[in-house]
Write a protein that binds this ligand. Structure first.
Ligand code: GLN
Length: 446
């Protein structure tokens, strides 16, 4: 791969991008378009599966649709583990992201065809492609910087903005086309977005050269070098990995509630919410943009808040507690909303606006520290594996969330949403009680 050529030494890029290495813009827009495609199709997915055949849907029963949704979203995140391995051992990061993006685009274009085999082929391709793209593009963001570069965290925050910019626009474009014109036109639009991302990725590849040079020693051809020599873990390392185990459980619970955005909350928007504001009608998938909209506006506020609090900034464990509380309060808020809906009237859109606001506040507390604490707690020689563990917790959360959404028709919604609220708020309380023992396990890491 030419970009990985070693003829020129890595040097700071004088023509940077918003004060960061130029390569960040390439990765920002690649991930923006990839998330555009993912969240665009996800906004349509459960609605398409449950829609009657008369309106072009698949007419699946809700439990079946939710189960497919759960397995699919599980797969998308779980595939990050083999995807990271492929990049480290076989293809390198640049080619893994490129190949992943091509496979994702093929997946969306496959969904653009109506027959059922194209549907399942499309989902499978998106799982494989995202596994190759998502973890490795994040690794590349990290490698844009020297180890001691203080801009790294800010770089990740900018990258997270790219994710959310894509996620914000997606329902407005893909959702509108899918619901207003034809499901398959929507899916095709997701594929077009991914293709645009790929074009600018390839055109901007020279900007990634310094990052790829830093990564080069890690990428090995199979058998070229043996595994790192095994050394036994120390007692501290074992304890820290036990702490990762604790975070895994609570992270899964958080994402199980949060990731119902695309399933039960999407169905609630579509079936039970009034889809007009001040007399102007809009498609139900537009609710899917709220999380990103709030995230983009609130992320700087939270960043400032943590800086202002300085040494009073909450610990990672405390932030996890707030995250669970935020997502739990969101579901609690929806209990009276669901009661009103039970009465047969469509509820005000304000209910879901409030839910997504609380969910985003929770996400801002938990998600940014999650990955970073895992990388800090993991012994250096298994840090890649531990990153996979974090993605796996998101995968498990998605699976549990899909399982819960499967009860959408079978249980009264105040009970279903109340149960999610009770579980997440209850686990926030449990974690609050565990602060001291978990901090002891973390052995000095905050
Ligand atoms: N919205 C973020 C993304 O798509 C985080 C989602 C997650 O990690 N579950 O990358």
């Amino acid at each position: 791969m030419t970009v990985a050529a070693r003829e020129s030494p890595a040097r700071p890029d004088p023509s940077g991008w918003v004060g960061h290495p130029r390569g960040l813009s390439t990765l920002f827009f690649t991930e923006m378009w990839e998330r555009f495609s993912y969240y665009g199709m996800r906004a349509l997915l459960i609605l398409y599966m449950t829609a009657p055949v008369a309106v072009g849907g698949l007419a699946f029963e809700t439990p079946r649709a939710a189960s497919i949704y759960g397995w699919y979203t599980f797969g998308v995140y779980a595939a990050a583990i083999p995807g990271g391995w492929v990049a480290d051992r076989l293809l390198g990061q640049y080619r893994s992201v490129l190949l992943g993006g091509i496979i994702i685009a093929m997946g969306h274009f496959s969904l653009a065809f109506a027959p059922l085999p194209f549907f399942f082929t499309g989902l499978t391709l998106i799982v494989i492609g995202t596994g190759l793209l998502k973890p490795n593009i994040s690794t590349m963001v990290g490698s844009l910087y020297e180890t001691d570069d203080a801009r790294r965290d800010a770089g990740f925050s900018i990258f997270y903005m790219g994710i959310n910019l894509g996620a914000f626009i997606a329902p407005l474009v893909v959702g509108t086309l899918g619901q207003g014109v034809d499901w398959h036109v929507g899916f095709a639009a997701a594929g077009v977005g991914m293709t645009l991302g790929l074009i600018q990725y390839v055109l901007g590849r020279h900007r990634l050269r310094p990052a790829l040079e830093r990564l080069a020693p890690r990428a090995r051809s199979p058998g070229a070098a043996g595994p790192a020599p095994r050394t036994a873990f120390t007692a501290t390392e074992w304890k820290r990995m036990a702490a990762v185990g604790v975070f895994f459980v609570f992270s899964s619970l958080f994402w199980a509630a949060f990731e119902q955005a695309g399933s039960s909350l999407n169905l609630f928007a579509d079936r039970l919410t009034r889809l007009s504001v001040f007399g102007v009608a809009f498609p139900s998938t537009w609710f899917q943009s709220l999380n990103s909209l709030f995230l983009i506006t609130l992320a700087p506020v939270f960043a400032l808040l943590w800086v202002r609090l300085r040494e009073r900034e909450p610990s990672t464990v405390a932030k996890f507690t707030y995250g669970l509380l935020g997502v739990g309060l969101g579901f609690l808020l929806l209990v009276p909303g669901a009661r009103i809906a039970q009465g047969g009237t469509l509820v005000s859109p304000a209910w879901l606006v409030g839910v997504y606001l609380l969910h985003t506040i929770g996400e801002l507390c938990l998600s940014p520290v999650g990955l970073s604490v895992v990388t800090k707690l993991a012994p250096q020689r298994v840090v890649g594996l531990m990153m996979g563990v974090w993605f796996l917790s998101i995968a498990c959360g998605n699976k549990i969330g899909g399982w819960v959404a499967g009860f959408f028709d079978a249980l009264p919604l105040p009970l279903l949403f109340g149960a999610v609220a009770a579980t997440t708020i209850g686990s926030a309380v449990v974690l609050a009680l565990l602060v001291k023992p978990v901090r002891r396990l973390m052995g000095g890491v905050h």
